[in-house]
Each structure stands twice: as C-alpha cells, then as structure tokens.
Design a protein around this ligand. Structure first.
Ligand SMILES: Cc1cc2nc3c(=O)[nH]c(=O)nc-3n(C[C@H](O)[C@H](O)[C@H](O)COP(=O)(O)OP(=O)(O)OC[C@H]3O[C@@H](n4cnc5c(N)ncnc54)[C@H](O)[C@@H]3O)c2cc1C
Length: 429
C-alpha cells in the first residue's frame, strides 16, 4: 500500500533528471491522523511540515483499540513492532448482559484474527501509540505551538497562515485538525460537531486493583440506554474503562472531570463486577460523544481533510483512529510519485478510495450504539440471539468486514469531486 522508496532512490530520481521533485506538504494537526499522514507522505518521498497548535506532543489518558485495518497501516509505516511491544493482544471480545454478566457471545481476535486479516488486533494506551508516531517524525519537520488561523490556494500552491502572522506555502495542505475542525468550516461552510445523545465516563486504573474480579481482557456489557467497555492496555498494566450512557447535552471534552460517584449512580443495578470497577476508578472524566455529518467531498483543489475533520464518528465500533490511519496510508499511496501539478487529481483519487468506506463505518458505528442500548425485551433478546448465531457461524464479528484494506475506488457520494474546477477555499489573509 505504501509507495515507499529508500531515500537514496529518491535522490537518484531527482539527480537523474526524471523531472520528479516530490511534493511539499503542510499537515495541520499532530493527532494520530496528522502524524500518520506526515509519516506516510515522507515515506512516499515528499517533504512535510507538520503544524500543531499545542506546545508539545500530547495525547489524553485513555485507551484505543486498533483493529487489523489500523495495524496494517502501522506495519506499512514500519512501526508495528514498536507499537505492538506496548500493547495487549486480546484473544477475543466478550459481549455480556448488563444485569447478570452472562456472556451473549464471544468474537475471535488474537491469532485467529491475525491469520485471517493479516495483521493483529491490539489494545493500547493512546499516549503509547501517539508517542511512537511522534517519535518517528523528524523534529526539523515539526512546528509546535503554531496555530493555523486561515488558509488559501491558487492554481500552483496552497498555504496556511498562523496566529503568529506567518504564511507557510506548499503544494498540498492536509487538514487533520480533529472533530472540532476549523478548516472544515473554511473549506465547506459552517457545520458543527453533532451531539450523539450519549456521553461517556472514562477512567484508567491499575489492572492489579481489579485482578480479583477476573474480568475478560476485552468486554462490552450491553444494557438499556447504556454500555460499558473495558480492556487492558500498556502490556496489561492498566485497565481502560468507558461507561457510555444516554445523556442530555454534554461538552466534547477530553479533560472535563466527572462528579465523584456519578458513574456509580448512572450504572446502579448493573452486575456487581461492573460496579466494583466503577467504584475503584480514581480519576474519572466525562466526555460528551459527538460526530460529524458525512460530507459529499473532502477535498478542494490542493487541500484535503483527513481523520476526524473529515469523518468524526461515535466510538462504538472503535474505528475512528483506524479510519484516520487508513486515510493516511491511501494519501501516501495516491501521491506516490505525483508532481506538484498532479496534486489535485491525486486528492480526487484519495477521496474516491476513502470517502464511501469511512462514511459506511460512520453509519455502522451509530447503528452499533443503538443496538447495544436496546431495552430489555424482545428486541434485546433477538439481538443476543443474532450475535450468538453469528459468532457460532463466523467466529469473527460482523464489523470485521471493515478491516479489509482499502484498495479500489468507490463512488464518493453525490457531486463527485473532479480535479481542476474546484471552488477555492476562502483565503482570510
Ligand atoms: C471515547 C472515545 C473512544 C475512542 N476509541 C477509539 C478506539 O478504540 N479505536 C479507534 O480507532 N478510534 C477511537 N476513537 C476515535 C479516535 O480517538 C479519533 O478518531 C482519532 O483520535 C482522530 O484523530 P485525528 O488526528 O483526526 O484528530 P485529533 O486526535 O483530534 O487531532 C487533531 C490535532 O489537531 C490540532 N489542531 C486543532 N486545530 C488546530 C489549529 N488551528 N492549528 C494547528 N493544530 C490544530 C489539535 O491540537 C490536535 O493535536 C475514540 C473516540 C472517543 C471519543
């Protein structure tokens, strides 16, 4: 998937007058998506400046599940071994009933998934994943503490302007500024992150504190209007918990603290093992879950969205970061040996390969949430029977269809983008 050329080959191509000089890219945002995009473009031989508003690389204290579609990208970046050394490889995912903990079904992961999908299913602390990605981007390519406040383009170049008053110019701008993307608004007009009607309590606790509960490595407990996910991260040292519940409005914040005891009240009546975990969690965060409406296109001329700025989704399939990683891989692929003049056409190909898939996963994630939260009764019983039958027949979960590599073009929705005749994004400068 990666058009990787050793640096010496790139140099020979440049010196031997093939005319290929590579593309200069600016990547806006150094989250998982932006970092992976920068690495993927560098491996394709392009020059990258990564611009991040935070004064240093940071990630929140939370877990992330990486399905084989994500870990395949990490392998392509040459980072899978390093990431896997910090991860947990669960043998299966257990789905359970909220009230008595009985197992509805277990879907295969572990070696079976690795053999079937060609890459492992990993559980990680987000900071461990982010740290490996960040350490792989040369310091000279990174501009920290630099907030992008505007962007523009003409027929030959694209640029961003910074809060410090600089204009950085390149052949390509990749927008990876996350769910609250400002650049998405500059490109496509006002459109806010949409509240999903759910919020989550998140916590990380030493795994030893819950050892007596003999919890499965990775489990989803389903109940009326709520579900609870837990898994171990950092080589098994920590337990990551996410307790999702139906809520009124809640801010999309990774740092807002929960009121003491709130998650225990919210999950009153649940299986005692769930309650034991909730009561032992020390620092608990409260996070309103938001998503973005799908777009008909992500690119305008020499500028494209990537990751959550393009397709932020509810986290119920654990696929947001995975889809961002896939965006990055495909972006590097379509830009392979592109020249600066070929950037708009290459971005069209990127969007044709990624948009329909990411949009399907967004919709699937929303449906998964509805399914997890069914009230007790015939609907929940039918769901449980369906899941058990599927696990017995296939072993893997139905969502595993999304773990395939993105290799071919797919229709990109109404108004397919075309090279050349794009409206230009507003250039506030
Ligand atoms: C509760 C929860 C659980 C999740 N679990 C999973 C999971 O298990 N598996 C999975 O695959 N996904 C999961 N996700 C989704 C995943 O976290 C996101 O999809 C992913 O982190 C998005 O990465 P990103 O790089 O697109 O955006 P972000 O990580 O949001 O990065 C955006 C970056 O842009 C920077 N930035 C913003 N504006 C500017 C500016 N103007 N100038 C310069 N820099 C700027 C920000 O500082 C930030 O560093 C989960 C999400 C949630 C909410």
């Amino acid at each position: 998937m990666f058009p990787y050329r050793p640096m010496c080959t790139i140099l020979v191509m440049r010196l031997s007058g093939t005319g290929w000089r590579g593309v200069r890219a600016i990547v806006m945002g150094a989250g998982i998506g932006g970092l992976a995009a920068a690495l993927s473009l560098r491996r394709a031989g392009h020059e990258v400046t990564l611009v991040e508003r935070a004064p240093r690389f940071t990630e929140v204290g939370a877990g992330v599940q990486l399905a084989p579609n994500a870990t395949r990208v990490l392998r392509g970046l040459g980072l899978l071994d390093e990431v896997a050394a910090r991860a947990v490889r669960p043998s299966h995912m257990s789905f359970r009933t909220w009230s008595d903990g009985s197992e509805v079904c277990r879907y295969l992961l572990g070696r079976a998934a690795e053999e079937e999908f060609g890459a492992p299913y990993l559980l990680l602390h987000r900071a461990d994943l982010h740290g490996v990605l960040a350490a792989s981007v040369p310091a000279g390519s990174v501009r920290l503490d630099t907030t992008v406040v505007g962007m523009g383009q003409d027929d030959r170049t694209a640029w961003v302007t910074t809060a410090g008053g600089e204009r950085l110019t390149a052949d390509l701008v990749v927008v990876a500024d996350g769910i609250r993307s400002a650049a998405r608004r500059w490109l496509f007009g006002a459109d806010e992150a949409l509240f999903s009607g759910t919020a989550a309590y998140r916590a990380l606790l030493p795994a030893g504190e819950v050892a007596d509960l003999e919890l499965p490595e990775l489990a989803v407990w389903m109940g009326p209007g709520r579900h609870f996910v837990h898994y171990r991260v950092r080589r098994g040292e920590l337990l990551n918990t996410v307790a999702v519940f139906t809520a009124g409005a809640a801010p999309e914040s990774w740092t807002a603290r929960a009121e003491p005891g709130a998650q225990l009240r919210e999950f009153a009546g649940w299986d005692p093992r769930v309650l034991r975990v909730l009561e032992r969690a020390g620092q608990v965060f409260r996070h309103g879950i938001h998503a973005r409406a799908p777009l008909a296109r992500w690119n305008v001329g020499r500028v494209t969205l990537l990751g959550d700025s393009a397709h932020a989704m509810v986290p119920f399939l654990a696929q947001g970061a995975a889809q961002a990683l896939m965006d990055a891989a495909v972006l590097g692929d379509v830009l392979g040996d592109a020249t600066p003049a070929e950037v708009p056409g290459a971005l069209d190909r990127y969007v044709r390969r990624r948009l329909a898939t990411a949009t399907d996963v967004q919709a699937g994630a929303a449906r998964a949430g509805e399914d997890f939260h069914l009230p007790d009764g015939p609907g929940a019983r039918a769901r449980n029977a369906r899941m058990a039958a599927y696990a017995a027949e296939h072993g893997f979960m139905p969502q595993a269809a999304a773990w395939a590599p993105d290799t071919g073009d797919r229709a990109a929705g109404p108004g397919p983008p075309s090279g050349g005749s794009h409206p230009r994004p507003p250039a506030p400068d």
